[in-house]
Design a protein around this ligand. Structure first.
Ligand code: GLY
Ligand code: MN
Ligand code: MN
Length: 441
């Protein structure tokens, strides 16, 4: 079944993106393939997740499919997909079949996927270049070379094989970095649902629960709003577990007096949200927890303030790091001046990751972070996370009152013409907001 009802309601959105890619290619032929189904164990599969770039260009959510784009006048978009099969459809659900897919999704032509090998050899003839995800998959690389060799065999009839193989992702990733209105609507929805999931988790949490019980509340809220899948495995980390950056065990007891770090976001219509909140299990920050929390929040506030046109990719990180370094000095975690702490890297004992990443169809989305040797400028339509943190493991050089405090605060930020928009703003974040929400359950 199709898990995104929106896909077919706006075929022109996908047609527009195909036209934009064709325009960037100028000449040649491009191949973009669907994701394979993935076996979980035995004969059970993971829920199907389409390849992000294939979905970006088609809105088509079936496996065993490929898109061919041929630049020229007229340009062509050709889909290869599974044929209708009543027996399989009784078991596994509807398949569009080539004719259905062509009509509903607006391709210029569509053929059974079994015909890809022969059709692509015909269509590659006399094309100057082939664009595909070069090097992403050795099996596909081998097929491409076989197709090209088959075209070359026709050279005595005067047909030429493409001289150039290009990585189509260099064009596609750049397109995906700038979100269009359709994408931003989905990303706003994803972030709004995830924000209410974090709110629900805060209201629900109390000492004596297990981390997975809070995780269940998050998943409940996602699914209630039509977001069946999390965009990544939820991190629900009580106490010291928060100091394990990719903790996903989610099976420990939540203790009175500990903090709970939740990094969780749903996927909506193939778009990710990615939100982290940290709050006290019992609803009230201790003095030490509050000090560290206010520091991370100040770092995040400073970072978000720089996230606008005119700044470069690393500006939020630089801003967060300066605030954190000063805070680490004030808390006696680091020593010396801010510049020295940044220069000598001693802050890394407590802050060992970067301050964000691009966000989109993939949680760590595509798009270059540098242009040449320089951080790229932020531009309208880009979406990034801003997620500073502080993770204090027990150590001889650390005041004991701070041991096992792990805090991260993460929001999803859209760069706009006039500044930025925090897509995840509805998730409570200040000490006062969090304590207020938790007081009332
Ligand atoms: N949840 C993954 C990340 O924050 O990057
Ligand atoms: Mn993130
Ligand atoms: Mn995250």
């Amino acid at each position: 079944m199709h898990n995104c009802a929106m896909s077919t309601s706006s075929p022109e959105v996908y047609a527009r993106r195909r036209a934009a890619l064709l325009n960037k290619m100028q000449r040649g032929i491009a191949l973009i393939t669907a994701a394979p189904e993935a076996v979980r164990n035995g004969d059970a599969h993971y829920p199907y997740r389409q390849d992000s770039s294939f979905y970006y260009l088609t809105g088509f959510n079936e496996p065993e499919a490929a898109l061919l784009l041929i630049a020229g006048d007229p340009a062509q978009a050709i889909l290869f997909c599974r044929e209708k099969n009543m027996e399989r459809e009784i078991w596994d659900g509807h398949r569009y079949g080539p004719a259905g897919a062509q009509a509903v999704f607006g391709f210029d032509a569509a053929y059974p996927i079994a015909e890809l090998d022969t059709k692509i050899v015909e269509l590659m003839g006399d094309q100057p270049a082939l664009y595909y995800a070069l090097g992403a998959n050795t099996e596909l690389d081998a097929r491409v070379l076989r197709w090209r060799a088959a075209v070359q065999e026709k050279s005595r009839s005067g047909i030429r094989a493409p001289d150039a193989l290009h990585d189509v992702r260099q064009l596609l990733n750049e397109m995906r970095l700038y979100k269009d209105t359709h994408e931003l609507n989905l990303m706003r929805r994803a972030a709004t649902i995830s924000s209410s999931a974090h709110l629900r988790a805060m209201r629900f949490t109390r000492p004596g629960l297990y981390e997975y019980q809070v995780e269940a509340e998050l998943l409940h809220e996602f699914c209630q709003h039509g977001a069946r899948d999390p965009a990544y495995t939820s991190i629900v980390a009580g106490g010291a577990n928060a100091c394990t950056l990719h903790y996903v065990g989610n099976n420990a007891l939540l203790n009175n007096g500990d903090l709970l770090l939740i990094d969780a976001g749903c996927e909506m219509g193939s778009y990710a949200s990615d939100i982290t909140r940290t709050f006290p299990v019992n609803g009230k920050f201790s003095a030490a927890q509050r000090d560290v929390y206010q520091l991370v929040l100040a770092a995040q506030t400073a970072a978000i303030a720089t996230a606008k046109i005119g700044a470069h990719w690393n500006s939020p990180h630089d801003a967060a790091l300066r605030v954190l370094a000063q805070g680490f000095i004030d808390l006696k975690l680091c020593h010396g001046s801010v510049d020295a702490v940044i220069e000598d890297g001693s802050y890394r004992q407590f802050y060992m990751h970067r301050t964000g990443h691009w966000l989109g169809m993939d949680v760590h989305d595509v798009g270059e972070y540098k242009i040449g040797a320089d951080w790229r400028p932020l531009e309208a339509g880009m979406v990034l996370t801003v997620e500073p943190g502080c993770y204090i493991r027990p150590a001889d050089n650390v005041p004991e009152a701070l041991w096992n405090i792990g805090i991260r605060i993460e929001d999803d930020v859209l760069i706009t013409a006039t500044g930025n928009e925090i897509l995840s703003a509805a998730a409570p974040k200040t000490v006062a907001e969090i304590e207020e929400v938790m007081r009332h359950g």
